[in-house]
Write a protein that binds this ligand. Structure first.
Ligand SMILES: NC(=O)c1ccc[n+]([C@@H]2O[C@H](COP(=O)([O-])OP(=O)(O)OC[C@H]3O[C@@H](n4cnc5c(N)ncnc54)[C@H](OP(=O)(O)O)[C@@H]3O)[C@@H](O)[C@H]2O)c1
Length: 339
């Protein structure tokens, strides 16, 4: 007889401030061709048992999430306090995270978010409304307000987020995203009152980064993994071991990719525009320690990062294709221009 599997949606992780975060979250980057479809993705996920939604001002999906939440609340499917909702301040809004947060809350139709993250530890040259979100020169390179490799202005954003937590009821917890060890070492001694509870980063069996994971864990910062299957096309699911384990445990390969994090006490964010897929990625197979280690070893042998976007240049991550500062090639020389 098949053993009844636990549901990944019911696992909660402890945060350093005494609160908890549901381990499995629904990612809400919208599909380019149909951003409004995020509304149905959220409704489907919540009805399926998801209690954690991950969004950001930058994604442009918050108003659709707001429509979904209104319907779910009106129908009595869930109450606000049943959900854990994360949003983020984008680097072009670095100078005014409260204004960014207010925009997000208005679109979401909420009074507060459970977690407010700094999206990247960099500062882009946006106006008072964070526009343009991706300021670029004619040659396509980003326009920064500070050197992304060695500047420290990005820390001012976090100080303002600490003030929001201190002085308002608009956020329950604050945290960070896309912080490397290099940035954490520069930033953590500057935290005034509230340590970040979460660092949201790309992580999956092809991208080991155990040093960063250990660094965060030893400082009480919970890792939340994004792109668990490597993003569009799900390249991580081509790993033969993932498929072997999926067969063994009679689950989908996605559920193996999620279990890799949840069983290691990390959060994980999955996204799908396919409503039936959203429903089939919530079981939690009980992988053994040896199997978890074997999954980790895949990336040690052949590391691969999928989100090599330019915002990550200079931050100090390894295996960041195109980043002259990527520490795997040992080159760290400041040459970014700011305005
Ligand atoms: N903090 C940050 O900087 C950051 C960066 C990236 C992402 N995130 C967050 O993390 C969430 C998840 O990241 P992600 O969107 O990169 O994640 P992902 O879950 O790794 O990738 C989702 C993509 O994989 C496809 N996919 C999933 N399972 C598949 C399967 N079995 N076969 C074929 N295709 C499959 C989906 O296609 P279908 O739609 O067809 O299912 C979708 O295009 C985001 O939505 C966002 O909330 C945060």
């Amino acid at each position: 007889m098949t053993e009844q599997l636990d549901s990944a949606t019911s696992v909660k992780l402890q945060l350093s401030n005494g609160k908890t975060i549901p381990a499995l979250g629904l990612g809400t980057i919208p599909p380019d061709d149909n951003p409004g479809s995020v509304k149905d993705q959220v409704i489907t996920a919540i009805k399926e048992g998801y209690r954690h939604l991950d969004t950001a001002w930058y994604y442009g999906s918050e108003k659709y999430i707001g429509e979904a939440l209104k319907e779910l609340f009106d129908e009595g499917v869930v109450k606000r306090e049943d959900l854990f909702i994360t949003t983020k301040v984008w680097p072009s809004f670095w100078h005014n995270p409260e204004k960014s947060l207010n925009t997000s809350l208005k679109d979401l139709g909420l009074d507060y978010v459970d977690l407010f993250l700094q999206h990247w530890p960099i500062t882009l040259h946006g106006d008072e409304n964070g526009q343009p979100a991706t300021p670029k020169k004619d040659d396509g390179s980003l326009i920064y307000d500070d050197d992304p490799a060695n500047g420290t202005k990005y820390i001012e954003t976090y100080h303002k987020m600490e003030d929001i937590l201190d002085k308002t009821d608009k956020v329950k917890s604050i945290g960070i995203s896309n912080y490397s060890i290099k940035k954490l070492e520069q930033f953590l001694p500057e935290v005034r009152k509230y340590k970040p509870v979460v660092n949201q980063i790309e992580l999956h069996p092809q991208l080991p980064q155990q040093d960063l994971v250990d660094y965060c864990e030893s400082r009480g910062i919970v890792i939340v993994a994004y792109s668990p299957v490597g993003g569009p096309g799900a390249p991580v699911l081509e790993i033969p071991l993932i498929n072997e384990l999926a067969k063994k445990y009679m689950v989908t390969p996605n559920e193996i990719a999620e279990a890799y994090h949840i069983l290691n006490n990390r959060g994980v964010l999955s996204r799908s525009a396919n409503l039936s897929r959203i429903k089939t990625i919530t079981r939690l197979p009980k992988l053994s320690k040896e199997e978890l280690k074997a999954l980790y070893q895949v990336g040690v042998d052949n590391p691969k990062r999928y989100n090599c976007v330019p915002y990550g240049f200079g931050i100090g991550f390894r295996w960041w294709t195109g980043d002259l500062y990527s520490t795997d090639i040992g080159v760290m020389k400041p040459h970014f221009e700011t305005v």
